[in-house]
Each structure stands twice: as C-alpha cells, then as structure tokens.
Design a protein around this ligand. Structure first.
Ligand code: PEP
Length: 253
C-alpha cells in the first residue's frame, strides 16, 4: 500500500513570535499545493495562534508538541487537548523522547493523554524509541513493543487519526542518524507490532515516521525505505534552507 509521506517540523522550545510566524510563512510557501506529501509544524504553545494565522490558506497542518491527560480541571500550567482543538490545532505529538526522558512521562500517563486527545478529535503522533543503552543491550524491539501497547486504546474509528514516529533517543539532536537499513528494520518491526494490536489493514495504512538528526543530506535515502513514511525533524526544521530540501525529498508516489 502506498502511504502519503508526512514531513513534520518539531520546533521545540525555539524561536520568537516573529521568527515562528516568518518560518510558518516560508514553510507554507515551500509546501505550496503539493499533494504527494503532508506537512505538519509543531510550534511552542505560545506561538500556536500566531503560526495558525500565518498558515491560513495553506495546506500546512498545525500541530502542538504536547497536551495534558484530562479534559479540564485544576492542573495549573497544563494545556487540555480540547483547548488545542479550540485553537485550531489538528495534531498533537505525544511521548516525544524529551517528554519521556527529560520530563519523566510514563507509558501509563501517555495512554491517558492518547485517549483524551483522541476524544478531543485531535490526531495523535505517538513517538517511540530506544535509548543507546537499550539498543546496545539488544532491547530495541522490546522497548518498541512496550511503548506501542498504548495503541491498544485506539478505537477502530480513531485509527485514521493516529501515526507513529520512531525516534531512537540516541539519534535525537546528536547528529547521529540511524542508517536507512537500521530505520527500515525497526519500522518493519513497528508495523508488525501495530498489526498485532490493530490489525493488518490499520498497520498498512498508518504512517510511521522516522526522526533523529534528519538533514537534507540523509533525508532522501531514509524516506526511500519501504516502511519509512516520513520524517519528524527537530533542528533542521528551524531554517527553511534545511527544512525545504527535506520536504522536497518526500518521494512522489
Ligand atoms: C525531534 O525533536 O523529534 C528530532 C528528531 O530532533 P533532531 O532532528 O534535531 O534530531
């Protein structure tokens, strides 16, 4: 089955309001009317509304980097997925490695976040990936299977709103990238785990993105792998001279 490529930019805790707005306009212009690829940007919460305005009329999708696990309540400093939806956000990133490993998010918290985000009618991009120690101990597939268990909570009708990003922790922001063969091996395993949880047709349709030091120089080869359906890009998504060529590397199916 051919899946539309997804190229996503995770802007993390970077940029000012003015720079985020300008970058949004540049990404919108570069994405143009392309139909063979989907483009998503994940700005910081406080820039969402400015970015939304600057993306208006474009086919770039607005995403948020995180949300809380409840609809509303006394959760000072947190953001409900319903608030994101109300703000015009379409996709939320959950379980990014910095949330798991720097901020201590657990698989069970992520299950709660996934359920409420899907109830809020957001799309969810669930990030999974092993640390260097786990890879060296031969635990990559085990970690992947454990993190993907969250998908057991996705109802059939919600499957089209879910994607997965495989991001080996050792490759994020380090300049180290999984080789195309390493990425393909893990993506194929992820797809078979997804099939075990949600069935073959869901697994065949679900985008599985690769993330971890994707750059213009390695994007084409990574994106040409059979089970790599796109890229989640951190550092290189902050400048159009780098993100533009990565967008252009999405294969025309
Ligand atoms: C990310 O933040 O998801 C990421 C993959 O970062 P980088 O591209 O900088 O490694």
């Amino acid at each position: 089955m051919s899946r539309t490529s997804v190229i996503a930019g995770n802007w993390k805790m970077h940029l000012t309001k003015r720079k985020a707005s300008a970058l949004a306009r540049e990404v919108a212009a570069r994405q143009g009317a392309a139909e063979h690829r989907r483009c998503i940007v994940f700005p910081a919460f406080v820039h969402l509304d400015h970015v939304r305005r600057n993306l208006k009329g474009s086919n770039v999708v607005l995403g948020a980097q995180n949300c809380w696990s409840k609809k509303e309540g006394a959760f000072t400093g947190e953001i409900s997925p319903y608030m994101l939806r109300d703000m015009g956000v379409q996709v939320v990133l959950l379980g990014h490695s910095e949330r798991r490993h720097v901020l201590g998010e657990t698989d069970s918290l992520l299950v709660d976040k996934l359920k409420v985000a899907l109830r809020a009618k957001l799309e969810v991009m669930l990030c999974v990936g092993e640390t260097l120690e786990e890879r060296e101990a031969g635990l990559t597939f085990e970690v992947l299977r454990r993190q993907l268990k969250a998908l057991k909570h996705v109802k059939d009708s919600q499957v089209p709103r879910v994607s997965v990003a495989y991001e080996p922790v050792w490759a994020i922001g380090t300049g180290l990238t999984a080789t195309p063969a390493q990425a393909q091996e893990v993506h194929a395993e992820a797809r078979s785990s997804i099939a075990g949880i949600l069935g073959d047709s869901a697994a065949a349709a679900m985008p599985v993105l690769y993330g971890g030091s994707v750059k213009p120089a390695n994007a084409s080869e990574l994106l040409s792998q059979a089970d790599v359906d796109g890229a989640l890009v951190g550092g290189a998504s902050l400048v159009i001279d780098q993100f533009g060529p990565i967008l252009d590397a999405a294969p025309v199916v």
